[in-house]
Write a protein that binds this ligand. Structure first.
Ligand SMILES: O=C(O)c1ccccc1N[C@@H]1O[C@H](COP(=O)(O)O)[C@@H](O)[C@H]1O
Length: 242
């Protein structure tokens, strides 16, 4: 397990544009232009990872699969791909982009047998996105309820899930700081690495998340703060490598 926090700048794609949402609510988006340019900018700034989300596929309002594949193929860095990966065809297409891993969200809640099969077949190329309000999991673009966080975590642990990406929906896109209590509780409940998502607003948030690395927080997804220029990615990378 690495002893410094990995940073995953996010590019969320809706209708061909890089966007940020507030609380993941469809319609709340602010547009930031070309997702390829955003991804290339994060790579040029020194990112080792890109967190790339097809929001239309997650919401069921179409998809940006061709564009997401083009972006993934254009990257020299590791790519974590998510949004709408829910069956054999979408999983095969996602893995064929050459991404480093994929996140399954809704599928782990609605088709747990299929998700378990994907975990068994693809090992650490699969992460499960645990998107929560309180301790209730959410799927389908965070509009449907999917059960209890800790019960699902125990089931996925027993199925061999390699890693979790934990998003506090109440924090996502709000620049109000990560939910450190939630992350500590999840780390206490599993021995698998956890990637934190939602709420990062300033460099001190990254310092606070870095303190959770010994507990099992492996990385942090950073979105709005970078687009709003609260800090630069270069500054963030310096903070986490200190
Ligand atoms: O990232 C977001 O802002 C987001 C908002 C609303 C829904 C999903 C979102 N992102 C990620 O999409 C996948 C879930 O997709 P699916 O359920 O597997 O189709 C998950 O990684 C979310 O964190």
């Amino acid at each position: 397990m690495p002893n410094t926090l990995e940073l995953l700048p996010a590019v969320d794609v809706r209708d061909g544009q890089a966007v940020r949402l507030v609380h993941g609510v469809s319609g709340s988006e602010t547009s930031y232009g070309s997702p390829l340019q955003a991804a290339l900018a994060w790579q040029a700034a020194g990112a080792q990872w890109l967190h790339l989300v097809d929001l239309d596929a997650a919401f069921g309002t179409g998809d940006n699969r061709a564009l997401v594949a083009e972006i993934t193929r254009a990257m020299d860095i590791k790519v974590e791909l998510s949004g709408g990966i829910r069956d054999d065809a979408s999983l095969a297409a996602a893995l064929a982009t050459g991404c480093t891993r994929v996140n399954l969200g809704t599928a782990a809640l609605e088709t747990p047998e299929w998700a378990a099969k994907a975990i068994a077949e693809h090992g650490d190329k699969i992460a499960i996105g645990l998107d929560v309000r309180g301790t209730t999991l959410k799927g389908r673009g965070w509009t449907s309820e999917g059960g209890d966080l800790y019960e699902t975590l125990a089931r996925l642990d027993s199925e061999g899930c390699a890693r979790y990406v934990v998003t506090d929906i109440g924090k996502d896109g709000t620049l109000t700081g990560p939910n450190l209590e939630l992350l500590k509780n999840v780390c206490a409940a599993t021995d698998r690495p956890v990637v934190a998502s939602g709420g990062v607003s300033c460099l001190d948030d990254l310092r606070a998340l870095s303190e959770l690395v010994p507990l099992g927080v492996e990385g942090a997804i950073v979105g709005k703060a970078l687009y709003a220029k609260a800090f630069t990615l270069e500054e963030a990378l310096k903070v986490v490598s200190a």
